[in-house]
Design a binder for this molecule. Structure first.
Ligand code: BGC
Length: 398
């Protein structure tokens, strides 16, 4: 099969501020060096120092070099996030120097003809916001809106694509249900409040971004969808699959249905739903890859009748042995979905660089580009060249 992608298709990679910039001071950096976290890691026989984001990829200082690499790899788009804690380090006080920094980042992308896809919240928040109760606080939506307004006033005419939130369901589940990420709670009631706050925050941001953009913009979120399949034909597994699909894949998108111009999809894996709550929860960690699942998830999203941009898709593969095949198979599934009428307009691989992988720190390696975290040297992996061939020809042959 030879498949030609639509003209003006966006090809690129994604990153997020806390994972690549280095030296951020936010709720995550506090948690990484907290007593509780140190104790937990020591109990597991691990060295807590290795789980601190620290300098990350030092992309705060090396973004030009990173964008040069993206350009060299044929990309024409790039997703990154603006770190709220840098821009508003104190409640209501904006740091002009940091705003200037992001202006340079945006200019650096544009200069290289990389279309910026800007995420406004990729999980981290300023310390004052967290100390006020984080997203549980009634004022949280108002506080986030102030930040969104500021960014929209400054960059509203330069940015076309806004991704307000990254994976609200992952944030809620990991931080407030399973409790493996800050603030490590296991409280379903709090989870429900958080989920609703994020819905309200998105709707308000949608309104603000449109109001402040003179040239018009497209606003969406990055939605994490999984390919849920029942382990067998039993009634209970079918029911659990239905429930999982509803709560994980559908609920948030339904709630913001009239407040999004596109659907941003983050797709990684398949989850086999097998018997009851305990196994279902284990299923959340199941990382079985499935290109067929990518096709299924994409085509399912077409019912919302909005253009789709894939904002993350990738795998942890340090020696890059599996990544070339992974990319080809997933892009091929996407091509099939487009051929069958699903309107996909872009694909951002996760990630451009190896980076700080949250609670797993520097273990997993998702980069098209390898990073040596001691020397900060960047080394392009073979898969990145394979991806470039697809991008350059805008064609996939299999
Ligand atoms: C997140 C990224 C993360 C990736 C791989 C996604 O859920 O948005 O920040 O690095 O998964 O773990």
């Amino acid at each position: 099969m030879i498949y030609k992608f639509p003209k003006n298709f966006y090809w690129g990679a994604a990153t997020s501020a806390h994972q690549v910039e280095g030296n951020n001071h936010n709720d995550w950096s506090e948690w990484e060096s907290s007593e509780g976290r140190f104790k937990e890691l020591k109990n597991r026989g691990l060295n807590p120092e290795n789980f601190i984001s620290g300098k990350a990829c030092n992309s705060y200082n090396r973004f030009e070099e990173d964008f040069d690499i993206a350009k060299q790899l044929g990309h024409n788009a790039h997703r990154f996030s603006i770190e709220w804690s840098r821009v508003e380090p104190e409640e209501g006080k904006f740091n002009e120097k940091e705003i200037e920094h992001y202006r340079k980042v945006i200019q650096a992308l544009k200069k290289r003809n990389l279309e910026p896809f800007v995420t406004l919240w990729h999980w981290t928040v300023p310390i004052w916001f967290q100390n006020n109760g984080g997203w549980l606080a009634k004022k949280s939506v108002q506080n986030f809106s102030r930040f969104v307004s500021k960014i929209a006033e400054i960059f509203g005419d330069e940015i076309q694509f806004w991704c307000v939130l990254n994976e609200p369901e992952v944030f809620t589940a990991y931080g407030y249900v399973i409790g493996i990420r800050p603030p490590q709670e296991k409280n379903i009631w709090k989870a429900i409040i958080i989920f609703n706050r994020l819905i309200a925050a998105h709707r308000e941001a949608y309104r603000i971004l449109h109001e402040k953009s003179n040239r018009g913009c497209y606003v969406g979120i990055a939605k994490h969808d999984k390919f849920f399949t029942p382990a067998d034909n039993s009634f209970k597994n079918k029911i659990f699959t239905f429930i999982a699909k509803f709560f994980w894949n559908k609920l948030f998108i339904k709630k913001i249905k009239d407040y999004q111009d596109f659907i941003g999809l983050n797709y990684y894996n398949k989850d086999t739903v097998d018997f009851g709550w305990k196994k279902f929860r284990q299923g959340l960690y199941n990382l079985e890859e499935s290109a067929e699942g990518f096709y299924d998830v994409l085509t399912n999203l077409s019912k919302y009748k909005k253009p789709i941009y894939v904002l993350e898709n990738g795998l942890d593969n340090p020696n890059d042995e599996k990544r070339p095949r992974f990319i080809k198979e997933h892009i091929s599934a996407m091509a099939k979905a487009i051929q069958n009428g699903t309107e996909v307009r872009g694909y951002m691989h996760w990630s451009l660089l190896d980076n700080f992988e949250w609670e797993n720190a520097y273990g997993p390696r998702f980069g098209l580009v390898e990073v040596d975290f001691k020397t900060m040297e960047r080394k392009i992996r073979p898969s990145a060249w394979e991806y470039k061939k697809i991008i350059e020809s805008n064609t996939l042959s299999s």
